[in-house]
Design a protein around this ligand. Structure first.
Ligand code: HEC
Ligand code: HEC
Length: 438
Protein backbone atom coordinates (compact mmCIF):
# COMPACT_ATOMS: atom_id res chain seq x y z
CA UNK A 1 0.00 0.00 0.00
CA UNK A 2 2.80 2.36 0.91
CA UNK A 3 4.14 2.15 -2.60
CA UNK A 4 0.84 2.28 -4.39
CA UNK A 5 -0.41 5.48 -2.77
CA UNK A 6 2.45 7.71 -4.00
CA UNK A 7 1.99 6.19 -7.45
CA UNK A 8 -1.70 7.06 -7.47
CA UNK A 9 -0.80 10.56 -6.30
CA UNK A 10 1.84 10.86 -8.99
CA UNK A 11 -0.65 9.70 -11.58
CA UNK A 12 -3.06 12.39 -10.42
CA UNK A 13 -0.29 14.97 -10.63
CA UNK A 14 0.66 13.96 -14.16
CA UNK A 15 -3.00 14.12 -15.09
CA UNK A 16 -3.34 17.56 -13.53
CA UNK A 17 -0.25 18.80 -15.39
CA UNK A 18 -1.59 17.33 -18.59
CA UNK A 19 -4.88 19.17 -18.15
CA UNK A 20 -3.42 22.52 -17.15
CA UNK A 21 -2.52 24.49 -20.26
CA UNK A 22 1.16 25.47 -20.39
CA UNK A 23 0.18 29.06 -21.27
CA UNK A 24 -2.83 31.06 -20.02
CA UNK A 25 -5.88 30.96 -22.32
CA UNK A 26 -5.29 33.08 -25.41
CA UNK A 27 -7.09 36.41 -25.67
CA UNK A 28 -6.78 36.31 -29.45
CA UNK A 29 -9.92 37.22 -31.36
CA UNK A 30 -11.48 34.06 -32.82
CA UNK A 31 -10.63 33.73 -36.53
CA UNK A 32 -12.16 31.53 -39.23
CA UNK A 33 -13.99 31.48 -42.55
CA UNK A 34 -16.66 29.24 -41.03
CA UNK A 35 -19.83 31.36 -40.73
CA UNK A 36 -19.76 30.83 -36.97
CA UNK A 37 -20.23 33.47 -34.29
CA UNK A 38 -17.20 34.85 -32.43
CA UNK A 39 -19.17 34.38 -29.20
CA UNK A 40 -21.18 37.62 -29.28
CA UNK A 41 -24.38 35.67 -30.01
CA UNK A 42 -25.14 31.95 -30.36
CA UNK A 43 -24.62 30.36 -33.77
CA UNK A 44 -28.36 30.15 -34.51
CA UNK A 45 -28.78 33.91 -33.95
CA UNK A 46 -25.69 34.57 -36.07
CA UNK A 47 -27.10 32.38 -38.84
CA UNK A 48 -30.40 34.30 -38.71
CA UNK A 49 -28.55 37.64 -38.89
CA UNK A 50 -26.59 36.28 -41.86
CA UNK A 51 -29.88 35.41 -43.57
CA UNK A 52 -30.96 39.06 -43.25
CA UNK A 53 -27.57 40.15 -44.62
CA UNK A 54 -28.09 37.82 -47.61
CA UNK A 55 -31.73 38.72 -48.22
CA UNK A 56 -32.49 39.86 -51.79
CA UNK A 57 -34.61 43.03 -51.57
CA UNK A 58 -37.41 43.67 -54.07
CA UNK A 59 -39.13 46.85 -55.26
CA UNK A 60 -41.98 46.01 -52.87
CA UNK A 61 -39.48 46.09 -49.97
CA UNK A 62 -38.38 49.58 -50.96
CA UNK A 63 -35.41 48.69 -53.20
CA UNK A 64 -34.11 51.81 -55.00
CA UNK A 65 -35.34 53.95 -56.75
CA UNK A 66 -31.55 54.27 -57.29
CA UNK A 67 -29.34 51.42 -56.10
CA UNK A 68 -26.25 49.29 -56.76
CA UNK A 69 -27.29 45.80 -55.71
CA UNK A 70 -30.15 43.89 -54.10
CA UNK A 71 -28.34 42.39 -51.12
CA UNK A 72 -25.35 43.10 -48.89
CA UNK A 73 -23.95 39.70 -49.88
CA UNK A 74 -23.74 40.70 -53.55
CA UNK A 75 -20.68 42.79 -52.68
CA UNK A 76 -19.51 41.18 -49.44
CA UNK A 77 -19.10 37.48 -50.09
CA UNK A 78 -15.60 36.13 -50.62
CA UNK A 79 -15.02 33.40 -49.46
CA UNK A 80 -18.03 33.59 -47.11
CA UNK A 81 -20.76 36.16 -46.46
CA UNK A 82 -19.16 39.24 -44.92
CA UNK A 83 -15.93 38.96 -46.93
CA UNK A 84 -14.99 41.39 -49.73
CA UNK A 85 -15.61 40.97 -53.48
CA UNK A 86 -14.54 42.29 -56.87
CA UNK A 87 -17.64 44.53 -57.08
CA UNK A 88 -16.74 48.19 -57.24
CA UNK A 89 -18.71 51.39 -57.20
CA UNK A 90 -18.33 54.69 -58.99
CA UNK A 91 -17.68 58.03 -57.28
CA UNK A 92 -17.33 61.39 -59.00
CA UNK A 93 -17.15 65.13 -58.32
CA UNK A 94 -15.42 68.24 -59.60
CA UNK A 95 -12.98 70.96 -58.59
CA UNK A 96 -14.67 74.28 -57.73
CA UNK A 97 -13.58 77.80 -58.66
CA UNK A 98 -11.42 78.10 -55.52
CA UNK A 99 -9.69 74.80 -56.21
CA UNK A 100 -11.69 72.89 -53.63
CA UNK A 101 -13.45 69.58 -54.19
CA UNK A 102 -17.21 69.86 -54.79
CA UNK A 103 -19.85 67.14 -54.76
CA UNK A 104 -21.35 66.39 -58.17
CA UNK A 105 -24.72 67.47 -59.53
CA UNK A 106 -26.26 64.51 -61.35
CA UNK A 107 -29.33 65.18 -63.44
CA UNK A 108 -31.82 62.33 -63.79
CA UNK A 109 -35.16 62.02 -65.59
CA UNK A 110 -34.03 64.24 -68.49
CA UNK A 111 -32.98 66.91 -66.02
CA UNK A 112 -36.30 67.02 -64.10
CA UNK A 113 -34.36 66.35 -60.93
CA UNK A 114 -30.73 66.85 -59.90
CA UNK A 115 -29.16 64.53 -57.32
CA UNK A 116 -26.78 66.37 -54.98
CA UNK A 117 -24.93 65.72 -51.72
CA UNK A 118 -23.41 62.41 -52.79
CA UNK A 119 -20.30 61.37 -54.67
CA UNK A 120 -21.73 57.92 -55.37
CA UNK A 121 -23.23 57.29 -58.80
CA UNK A 122 -25.65 54.39 -58.51
CA UNK A 123 -25.26 51.85 -61.29
CA UNK A 124 -28.85 50.63 -61.26
CA UNK A 125 -32.36 52.06 -61.08
CA UNK A 126 -35.78 50.39 -60.66
CA UNK A 127 -37.41 52.25 -63.53
CA UNK A 128 -38.40 52.54 -66.28
CA UNK A 129 -40.52 49.51 -65.42
CA UNK A 130 -44.06 48.26 -66.08
CA UNK A 131 -45.59 50.81 -63.71
CA UNK A 132 -43.40 53.72 -64.84
CA UNK A 133 -42.81 53.21 -68.54
CA UNK A 134 -41.70 56.76 -69.27
CA UNK A 135 -39.69 57.64 -66.19
CA UNK A 136 -36.00 57.16 -66.91
CA UNK A 137 -34.03 57.88 -63.75
CA UNK A 138 -30.69 56.16 -64.46
CA UNK A 139 -27.79 58.10 -62.89
CA UNK A 140 -24.81 58.72 -65.19
CA UNK A 141 -21.55 60.60 -64.58
CA UNK A 142 -21.84 63.94 -66.42
CA UNK A 143 -18.80 65.03 -68.49
CA UNK A 144 -18.36 67.98 -66.13
CA UNK A 145 -17.63 65.75 -63.13
CA UNK A 146 -13.96 65.29 -63.86
CA UNK A 147 -12.80 63.81 -60.56
CA UNK A 148 -13.62 60.12 -60.92
CA UNK A 149 -12.78 56.93 -59.13
CA UNK A 150 -13.84 53.39 -58.49
CA UNK A 151 -13.93 52.00 -54.96
CA UNK A 152 -13.82 48.29 -54.49
CA UNK A 153 -15.87 46.40 -51.86
CA UNK A 154 -14.29 45.85 -48.46
CA UNK A 155 -14.01 42.97 -46.04
CA UNK A 156 -16.36 43.11 -43.02
CA UNK A 157 -15.25 39.95 -41.21
CA UNK A 158 -13.73 40.76 -37.83
CA UNK A 159 -14.85 44.40 -37.98
CA UNK A 160 -16.52 44.06 -34.56
CA UNK A 161 -13.03 43.99 -33.07
CA UNK A 162 -12.03 47.08 -35.04
CA UNK A 163 -15.10 48.93 -33.75
CA UNK A 164 -14.14 48.03 -30.16
CA UNK A 165 -10.72 49.73 -30.34
CA UNK A 166 -10.90 52.87 -28.19
CA UNK A 167 -10.66 56.23 -30.00
CA UNK A 168 -7.70 57.20 -27.85
CA UNK A 169 -5.67 54.19 -29.06
CA UNK A 170 -6.00 55.43 -32.66
CA UNK A 171 -5.21 59.03 -31.69
CA UNK A 172 -2.13 57.89 -29.75
CA UNK A 173 -0.99 55.67 -32.62
CA UNK A 174 -1.16 58.62 -35.03
CA UNK A 175 0.95 60.77 -32.67
CA UNK A 176 3.51 58.07 -31.97
CA UNK A 177 3.89 57.16 -35.66
CA UNK A 178 4.51 60.81 -36.55
CA UNK A 179 7.02 61.26 -33.73
CA UNK A 180 8.91 58.08 -34.56
CA UNK A 181 9.20 58.92 -38.27
CA UNK A 182 10.19 62.56 -37.62
CA UNK A 183 7.03 63.81 -39.32
CA UNK A 184 7.32 61.65 -42.46
CA UNK A 185 4.47 59.27 -41.64
CA UNK A 186 1.59 60.98 -39.86
CA UNK A 187 -1.75 59.22 -40.17
CA UNK A 188 -4.91 61.24 -39.64
CA UNK A 189 -7.39 60.06 -37.00
CA UNK A 190 -10.61 61.49 -38.45
CA UNK A 191 -13.52 62.51 -36.24
CA UNK A 192 -16.88 61.49 -37.72
CA UNK A 193 -20.51 61.67 -36.59
CA UNK A 194 -22.15 58.64 -35.01
CA UNK A 195 -25.65 58.52 -36.49
CA UNK A 196 -27.21 56.63 -33.58
CA UNK A 197 -25.76 59.16 -31.10
CA UNK A 198 -26.90 62.52 -32.51
CA UNK A 199 -24.36 65.23 -31.73
CA UNK A 200 -21.64 62.75 -30.76
CA UNK A 201 -18.52 61.90 -32.74
CA UNK A 202 -15.92 59.12 -32.71
CA UNK A 203 -12.75 58.28 -34.63
CA UNK A 204 -13.61 56.88 -38.07
CA UNK A 205 -12.20 53.47 -39.01
CA UNK A 206 -14.54 52.02 -41.65
CA UNK A 207 -14.65 52.70 -45.37
CA UNK A 208 -11.78 53.69 -47.69
CA UNK A 209 -11.95 57.20 -46.19
CA UNK A 210 -12.69 56.26 -42.57
CA UNK A 211 -16.12 57.76 -43.05
CA UNK A 212 -17.69 55.86 -40.16
CA UNK A 213 -16.73 54.73 -36.65
CA UNK A 214 -19.84 52.66 -36.03
CA UNK A 215 -20.97 49.51 -37.80
CA UNK A 216 -24.60 50.48 -37.22
CA UNK A 217 -24.00 53.87 -38.87
CA UNK A 218 -22.25 52.16 -41.80
CA UNK A 219 -25.06 49.63 -42.19
CA UNK A 220 -27.66 52.42 -42.32
CA UNK A 221 -25.53 54.30 -44.89
CA UNK A 222 -25.05 51.18 -47.04
CA UNK A 223 -28.71 50.18 -46.84
CA UNK A 224 -29.74 53.57 -48.22
CA UNK A 225 -26.94 54.30 -50.67
CA UNK A 226 -26.16 50.81 -52.01
CA UNK A 227 -29.67 49.41 -51.96
CA UNK A 228 -32.02 52.38 -51.69
CA UNK A 229 -33.62 51.12 -48.48
CA UNK A 230 -34.44 54.01 -46.14
CA UNK A 231 -34.11 53.28 -42.44
CA UNK A 232 -34.39 55.03 -39.08
CA UNK A 233 -30.86 56.47 -39.30
CA UNK A 234 -31.05 57.36 -43.01
CA UNK A 235 -34.76 58.16 -43.48
CA UNK A 236 -34.64 60.23 -46.69
CA UNK A 237 -34.83 58.73 -50.17
CA UNK A 238 -32.24 59.90 -52.69
CA UNK A 239 -35.11 60.56 -55.14
CA UNK A 240 -38.87 60.23 -54.90
CA UNK A 241 -39.32 59.55 -58.60
CA UNK A 242 -40.72 55.99 -58.99
CA UNK A 243 -40.82 55.67 -55.19
CA UNK A 244 -43.78 53.61 -53.97
CA UNK A 245 -42.98 52.21 -50.52
CA UNK A 246 -43.43 54.48 -47.49
CA UNK A 247 -40.42 55.56 -45.40
CA UNK A 248 -38.62 54.16 -43.59
CA UNK A 249 -38.54 51.05 -45.79
CA UNK A 250 -36.67 49.15 -43.06
CA UNK A 251 -39.41 48.39 -40.54
CA UNK A 252 -38.98 47.18 -36.96
CA UNK A 253 -39.47 43.39 -36.76
CA UNK A 254 -41.25 41.27 -34.14
CA UNK A 255 -37.98 41.06 -32.16
CA UNK A 256 -37.79 44.85 -31.90
CA UNK A 257 -34.88 45.01 -34.34
CA UNK A 258 -34.70 46.50 -37.82
CA UNK A 259 -32.61 45.04 -40.64
CA UNK A 260 -29.80 47.52 -39.93
CA UNK A 261 -29.56 46.16 -36.36
CA UNK A 262 -29.25 42.62 -37.75
CA UNK A 263 -26.55 43.72 -40.22
CA UNK A 264 -24.53 45.43 -37.49
CA UNK A 265 -24.86 42.44 -35.17
CA UNK A 266 -23.92 40.05 -37.99
CA UNK A 267 -20.69 41.97 -38.59
CA UNK A 268 -19.97 42.43 -34.88
CA UNK A 269 -20.33 38.69 -34.31
CA UNK A 270 -18.17 37.67 -37.27
CA UNK A 271 -14.79 36.02 -36.76
CA UNK A 272 -11.61 37.67 -38.02
CA UNK A 273 -10.19 36.52 -41.38
CA UNK A 274 -7.80 33.65 -40.52
CA UNK A 275 -4.29 33.43 -41.99
CA UNK A 276 -3.39 30.46 -44.22
CA UNK A 277 -1.93 28.21 -41.52
CA UNK A 278 -0.11 26.00 -44.07
CA UNK A 279 1.76 28.98 -45.47
CA UNK A 280 2.45 30.94 -42.26
CA UNK A 281 4.75 28.18 -40.94
CA UNK A 282 6.94 28.06 -44.06
CA UNK A 283 10.47 29.49 -43.80
CA UNK A 284 9.75 31.74 -46.75
CA UNK A 285 6.68 33.38 -45.19
CA UNK A 286 8.46 33.69 -41.85
CA UNK A 287 11.36 35.45 -43.57
CA UNK A 288 8.84 37.64 -45.44
CA UNK A 289 7.24 38.60 -42.15
CA UNK A 290 10.62 39.86 -40.88
CA UNK A 291 11.23 41.76 -44.12
CA UNK A 292 7.77 43.36 -43.79
CA UNK A 293 8.80 44.90 -40.47
CA UNK A 294 12.36 45.65 -41.54
CA UNK A 295 11.43 47.82 -44.52
CA UNK A 296 8.72 49.69 -42.57
CA UNK A 297 5.50 48.23 -43.97
CA UNK A 298 4.32 47.80 -40.39
CA UNK A 299 4.59 51.56 -39.74
CA UNK A 300 1.09 51.77 -41.26
CA UNK A 301 0.06 48.13 -41.68
CA UNK A 302 0.10 47.64 -37.90
CA UNK A 303 0.15 43.97 -36.98
CA UNK A 304 -1.51 43.79 -33.59
CA UNK A 305 -4.30 45.73 -31.94
CA UNK A 306 -6.22 45.27 -28.72
CA UNK A 307 -9.86 46.07 -28.08
CA UNK A 308 -11.13 48.01 -25.07
CA UNK A 309 -12.16 46.07 -21.98
CA UNK A 310 -15.71 44.71 -21.86
CA UNK A 311 -18.04 47.38 -20.49
CA UNK A 312 -16.23 50.28 -22.19
CA UNK A 313 -18.51 52.65 -24.08
CA UNK A 314 -17.57 53.43 -27.70
CA UNK A 315 -19.35 55.13 -30.63
CA UNK A 316 -20.06 58.29 -28.64
CA UNK A 317 -21.56 56.22 -25.84
CA UNK A 318 -24.01 54.36 -28.10
CA UNK A 319 -22.32 50.94 -27.90
CA UNK A 320 -20.92 49.10 -24.89
CA UNK A 321 -18.14 46.63 -25.68
CA UNK A 322 -19.57 43.18 -24.88
CA UNK A 323 -17.62 40.35 -23.21
CA UNK A 324 -17.01 38.54 -26.52
CA UNK A 325 -15.25 41.59 -28.00
CA UNK A 326 -13.51 42.95 -24.90
CA UNK A 327 -9.71 42.88 -24.34
CA UNK A 328 -9.11 40.85 -27.52
CA UNK A 329 -5.95 40.89 -29.56
CA UNK A 330 -6.35 40.83 -33.32
CA UNK A 331 -4.09 41.12 -36.34
CA UNK A 332 -5.53 43.55 -38.92
CA UNK A 333 -2.26 44.84 -40.46
CA UNK A 334 -3.66 48.37 -40.49
CA UNK A 335 -3.58 51.46 -38.30
CA UNK A 336 -7.03 52.43 -39.63
CA UNK A 337 -5.64 55.96 -40.12
CA UNK A 338 -5.74 58.05 -43.31
CA UNK A 339 -2.48 58.45 -45.23
CA UNK A 340 -1.38 60.14 -48.41
CA UNK A 341 0.43 57.36 -50.25
CA UNK A 342 0.11 59.12 -53.59
CA UNK A 343 -3.02 57.26 -54.62
CA UNK A 344 -5.66 59.60 -53.18
CA UNK A 345 -8.71 59.90 -55.38
CA UNK A 346 -9.29 63.64 -54.85
CA UNK A 347 -12.69 63.07 -53.26
CA UNK A 348 -13.65 64.61 -49.92
CA UNK A 349 -16.19 62.70 -47.80
CA UNK A 350 -19.65 63.81 -48.95
CA UNK A 351 -21.47 64.79 -45.76
CA UNK A 352 -25.19 64.45 -46.66
CA UNK A 353 -24.56 61.04 -48.26
CA UNK A 354 -22.89 59.43 -45.28
CA UNK A 355 -24.42 61.30 -42.36
CA UNK A 356 -27.92 62.01 -43.68
CA UNK A 357 -29.77 64.90 -45.22
CA UNK A 358 -30.79 66.06 -41.72
CA UNK A 359 -27.16 66.28 -40.64
CA UNK A 360 -27.23 70.07 -40.24
CA UNK A 361 -29.93 69.74 -37.56
CA UNK A 362 -27.47 68.41 -35.01
CA UNK A 363 -24.58 70.16 -33.36
CA UNK A 364 -21.79 67.63 -33.84
CA UNK A 365 -19.26 68.05 -31.09
CA UNK A 366 -15.61 68.70 -31.88
CA UNK A 367 -16.12 69.03 -35.60
CA UNK A 368 -14.49 71.93 -37.43
CA UNK A 369 -16.06 73.14 -40.71
CA UNK A 370 -13.05 71.86 -42.66
CA UNK A 371 -13.00 68.57 -40.71
CA UNK A 372 -13.29 66.43 -43.84
CA UNK A 373 -10.71 68.23 -46.04
CA UNK A 374 -7.86 65.85 -45.07
CA UNK A 375 -9.79 63.06 -46.77
CA UNK A 376 -9.26 64.52 -50.24
CA UNK A 377 -5.94 62.86 -51.07
CA UNK A 378 -5.72 60.39 -48.21
CA UNK A 379 -6.91 56.79 -48.01
CA UNK A 380 -7.25 54.46 -45.05
CA UNK A 381 -4.36 52.00 -44.71
CA UNK A 382 -5.85 48.91 -46.33
CA UNK A 383 -6.08 46.18 -43.66
CA UNK A 384 -4.11 43.18 -44.96
CA UNK A 385 -5.88 40.46 -42.97
CA UNK A 386 -7.50 38.19 -45.54
CA UNK A 387 -5.75 40.06 -48.40
CA UNK A 388 -5.02 36.72 -50.13
CA UNK A 389 -8.74 36.49 -50.96
CA UNK A 390 -8.68 39.77 -52.91
CA UNK A 391 -8.13 39.83 -56.68
CA UNK A 392 -8.17 43.61 -57.19
CA UNK A 393 -6.14 45.73 -54.86
CA UNK A 394 -6.05 49.35 -53.66
CA UNK A 395 -9.19 51.50 -53.36
CA UNK A 396 -9.81 51.55 -57.11
CA UNK A 397 -9.08 47.85 -57.63
CA UNK A 398 -6.58 48.88 -60.32
CA UNK A 399 -3.61 46.93 -58.90
CA UNK A 400 -3.92 43.31 -59.90
CA UNK A 401 -1.00 41.84 -57.97
CA UNK A 402 0.45 42.58 -54.53
CA UNK A 403 3.71 43.64 -56.20
CA UNK A 404 1.83 46.19 -58.31
CA UNK A 405 0.07 47.48 -55.19
CA UNK A 406 3.37 47.84 -53.30
CA UNK A 407 5.22 49.73 -56.03
CA UNK A 408 2.24 52.10 -56.37
CA UNK A 409 2.87 53.38 -52.81
CA UNK A 410 4.35 56.87 -52.88
CA UNK A 411 4.06 59.93 -50.60
CA UNK A 412 4.24 58.85 -46.97
CA UNK A 413 5.09 55.30 -48.08
CA UNK A 414 7.69 56.22 -50.70
CA UNK A 415 10.58 55.10 -48.51
CA UNK A 416 9.05 51.70 -47.75
CA UNK A 417 8.24 51.13 -51.45
CA UNK A 418 11.79 52.08 -52.44
CA UNK A 419 13.21 49.71 -49.88
CA UNK A 420 11.03 46.98 -51.39
CA UNK A 421 12.41 47.78 -54.87
CA UNK A 422 16.00 47.44 -53.73
CA UNK A 423 15.49 44.19 -51.79
CA UNK A 424 17.34 41.09 -53.05
CA UNK A 425 14.95 39.04 -55.24
CA UNK A 426 14.71 36.31 -52.60
CA UNK A 427 13.55 38.79 -49.96
CA UNK A 428 10.98 40.28 -52.35
CA UNK A 429 9.65 36.77 -52.98
CA UNK A 430 9.58 36.10 -49.24
CA UNK A 431 7.59 39.28 -48.59
CA UNK A 432 5.08 38.34 -51.30
CA UNK A 433 4.80 34.82 -49.82
CA UNK A 434 4.08 36.41 -46.44
CA UNK A 435 1.29 38.58 -47.95
CA UNK A 436 -0.05 35.41 -49.58
CA UNK A 437 -0.31 33.83 -46.12
CA UNK A 438 -2.50 36.65 -44.74
C1 HEC B 1 -22.79 47.40 -54.53
C2 HEC B 1 -21.89 46.81 -53.60
C3 HEC B 1 -22.18 46.91 -52.12
C4 HEC B 1 -23.31 46.57 -51.44
C5 HEC B 1 -24.63 46.07 -51.99
C6 HEC B 1 -23.01 46.76 -50.05
N1 HEC B 1 -21.72 47.19 -49.89
FE1 HEC B 1 -20.75 47.51 -48.14
N2 HEC B 1 -19.16 48.24 -49.16
C7 HEC B 1 -19.07 48.34 -50.53
C8 HEC B 1 -17.96 49.17 -50.89
C9 HEC B 1 -17.54 49.55 -52.30
C10 HEC B 1 -17.36 49.59 -49.67
C11 HEC B 1 -16.25 50.62 -49.53
C12 HEC B 1 -16.96 51.96 -49.73
C13 HEC B 1 -16.12 53.19 -49.56
O1 HEC B 1 -15.43 53.28 -48.56
O2 HEC B 1 -16.20 54.08 -50.41
C14 HEC B 1 -18.14 48.96 -48.62
C15 HEC B 1 -17.84 49.07 -47.26
C16 HEC B 1 -18.62 48.52 -46.24
C17 HEC B 1 -18.29 48.58 -44.83
C18 HEC B 1 -17.00 49.10 -44.23
C19 HEC B 1 -16.05 47.94 -43.95
C20 HEC B 1 -14.69 48.34 -43.47
O3 HEC B 1 -14.02 47.53 -42.83
O4 HEC B 1 -14.24 49.45 -43.73
C21 HEC B 1 -19.35 48.04 -44.15
C22 HEC B 1 -19.48 47.86 -42.65
C23 HEC B 1 -20.33 47.64 -45.14
N3 HEC B 1 -19.85 47.93 -46.40
C24 HEC B 1 -21.53 47.04 -44.84
C25 HEC B 1 -22.52 46.77 -45.78
C26 HEC B 1 -23.86 46.33 -45.45
C27 HEC B 1 -24.38 46.05 -44.06
C28 HEC B 1 -24.53 46.19 -46.64
C29 HEC B 1 -25.99 45.86 -46.86
C30 HEC B 1 -26.92 46.80 -46.29
C31 HEC B 1 -23.61 46.56 -47.69
N4 HEC B 1 -22.40 46.91 -47.14
C32 HEC B 1 -23.91 46.54 -49.03
C33 HEC B 1 -19.91 47.75 -51.43
C34 HEC B 1 -21.19 47.31 -51.14
C1 HEC C 1 2.48 55.38 -45.01
C2 HEC C 1 1.64 54.23 -44.77
C3 HEC C 1 1.91 52.96 -45.53
C4 HEC C 1 3.08 52.24 -45.63
C5 HEC C 1 4.44 52.57 -45.03
C6 HEC C 1 2.77 51.09 -46.44
N1 HEC C 1 1.45 51.10 -46.81
FE1 HEC C 1 0.51 49.67 -47.89
N2 HEC C 1 -1.17 50.84 -47.96
C7 HEC C 1 -1.30 52.06 -47.35
C8 HEC C 1 -2.53 52.69 -47.79
C9 HEC C 1 -3.05 54.04 -47.37
C10 HEC C 1 -3.12 51.79 -48.69
C11 HEC C 1 -4.41 52.01 -49.49
C12 HEC C 1 -4.08 52.86 -50.72
C13 HEC C 1 -5.19 52.97 -51.73
O1 HEC C 1 -6.14 52.19 -51.68
O2 HEC C 1 -5.13 53.83 -52.61
C14 HEC C 1 -2.24 50.63 -48.76
C15 HEC C 1 -2.51 49.47 -49.52
C16 HEC C 1 -1.70 48.35 -49.54
C17 HEC C 1 -2.00 47.12 -50.23
C18 HEC C 1 -3.30 46.82 -50.99
C19 HEC C 1 -4.24 46.04 -50.11
C20 HEC C 1 -5.67 45.96 -50.58
O3 HEC C 1 -6.47 45.27 -49.94
O4 HEC C 1 -6.03 46.61 -51.58
C21 HEC C 1 -0.95 46.26 -50.04
C22 HEC C 1 -0.81 44.84 -50.56
C23 HEC C 1 0.02 46.97 -49.25
N3 HEC C 1 -0.46 48.24 -48.96
C24 HEC C 1 1.24 46.45 -48.86
C25 HEC C 1 2.25 47.22 -48.29
C26 HEC C 1 3.61 46.76 -48.12
C27 HEC C 1 4.11 45.37 -48.45
C28 HEC C 1 4.30 47.78 -47.58
C29 HEC C 1 5.80 47.86 -47.30
C30 HEC C 1 6.62 47.84 -48.48
C31 HEC C 1 3.38 48.91 -47.39
N4 HEC C 1 2.15 48.52 -47.85
C32 HEC C 1 3.70 50.12 -46.80
C33 HEC C 1 -0.43 52.63 -46.46
C34 HEC C 1 0.90 52.23 -46.28
Amino acid sequence: MRLVLPMVLMGALVLAVGLTPATPPSNDAPAGFDNKSNGLVDDATHQADQTTFEEVEQISDGLGPLYNAQSCRECHQNPVSGGPSQVNELRVGHVGSKGEFENPAIPIADGKEVITGRTLVNDRAICPNGAYRDTEIQERAPDTEKVRTFRVSLNLLGDGFVEAVPDQALIDMAKEQCRKSHGKICGVALRVPVLEAPGETAIGRFGWKDQHASLLSFSADAYLNEMGITNRLQPDEVTNLCNTVSEPNDKVGADGLSDIDHFARFVRASKAPPPDHTLTVTDKAKRGSEVFDKIGCNDCHVRTMTTAAAGTKVNGGAFTVPDALGSKQFYPYSDFLLHDVGTGDGIVIPVPEHYGRAFAKYAWKEMAPNNFQPTRYRMRTAPLWGVRMRTRLMHDGASLTPRDAIVRHKGEAEKAANRFRTLPAADQQALLAFLQSL
